[in-house]
Design a protein around this ligand. Sequence first.
Ligand code: MG
Length: 161
Amino acid sequence: MSANFVGIGYDSHRLAEGRALIIGGVHIEHDLGLVGHSDADVLTHAIIDALLGAGGLGDIGHHFPDTDPRYEGADSIALLATVAGLLQQHHFEVVNVDATVLVERPKIAPHRQAICERLASALRMPPERVNVKASTGERIGFVGREEGVAALAIASLLRTG
Ligand code: MG
């Protein structure tokens, strides 16, 4: 018997000078970058939490604690690939992932295709099943003031075993 499961994910990271801006595994040229223990890839973190949530497997902090020196500067795409393997072990197939990045600047649209391909490749699924959107903060809130970037994600899984 197969069954469908969904999960949600949310993350936010602070913006600062002297850090790289990595969103969905893609390095985007910008005067500010995201601060975190890992590479602070806010979109990939939200997607990881959506996937773990759908699989009933806890959250990102449980699997990759930010107190663990192994994850300092970690490539979040590698963590996503680890989660994909974990889901497979638990007999889950990823049906689709949808996400929204809340970011004032820079524009995500020119990088959207590259981001979808990078995420889909880590998840070993077709890029058309990974959808990434972006929205600004309309100059209000921490997103609008360019103090940080947030991301929301939802994932759907099929249990095959
Ligand atoms: Mg995070």
